[in-house]
Design a protein around this ligand. Sequence first.
Ligand SMILES: Nc1ncnc2c1ncn2[C@@H]1O[C@H](COP(=O)(O)OP(=O)(O)OP(=O)(O)O)[C@@H](O)[C@H]1O
Ligand SMILES: [Mg+2]
Length: 265
Amino acid sequence: MAENIKNAERVIHQINVALKYLEGDILPALGMDNVESEMLLGIKILEAQENERKRIARDIHDGPAQYIANAVMRVDFCKRIIEKNIDEGLKELFELKEILKRALKEVRDIIFDLRPMSLDDLGLNQTIHELVKSITQDHDLIINLKLKPVKDEIEPIIQVAVFRIVQEILNNVKKHSKAKNVEIKLDYGLKYLMLVVNDDGIGFDVEKTLDEVKKRGESFGLLGIMERVKQLQGDIHIESKRGIGTTFKIKLPVNRKVLKDEGEN
Ligand SMILES: Nc1ncnc2c1ncn2[C@@H]1O[C@H](COP(=O)(O)OP(=O)(O)OP(=O)(O)O)[C@@H](O)[C@H]1O
Ligand SMILES: [Mg+2]
């Protein structure tokens, strides 16, 4: 594995060098350190994607796959019981149904995590409502939602971005913040939307943390949020104070046409 990564690094490095050369960039001006750390980050992102697949496989294996295997065994058991005692058989059937219901819920959770279908049917606001509902079911967190009505249609790619950003911010709130209250505000303009998420947790040193996660290349939550915003040419501002809490302010275009139009002006 380590050897493969090294080889891949070398190849990517060579391609990078060749590309820069073809583009006419002056290599030394780039500084080799920078090139190398960017390459390493690229590899780490690939690794993180692979880990994510592993996690999903494990979730399916440990959750629904177990329940379904159990249910299949119980069907045989049920058959035998029903032949002898109908009441016992009915009880077994009831339990079988409960197992299948649990499996179904876990499958739905995994699908929701991968790509909430409700984004297409119900839209962004409703999907955020669902996410918040499922979080507050399992966590002692009060989440106050202030979602304004959507003015114009939000392009699907932007909806997914906002959803993923809210998901990661809330993951971090659960994992790190010790917050009791969260407020999520989403306001839609004709061209841009504004997302503000605020928690009353322990806060953190934003600059220092970003520097560290870039160097370590192991955490991609904050970096992923920054990257999404950057790709969509939005703005992000993170303000955090120790003992007070953290606020994310994110501005994104409602579709890519906005960017094209603004670029032309
Ligand atoms: N709302 C928050 N409150 C307090 N600390 C936070 C908050 N959000 C992020 N942090 C700090 O920033 C660090 C980096 O967050 P990031 O999401 O990039 O990584 P992670 O959550 O540790 O790992 P990953 O997201 O890859 O699972 C966290 O380890 C935590 O120390
Ligand atoms: Mg995180």
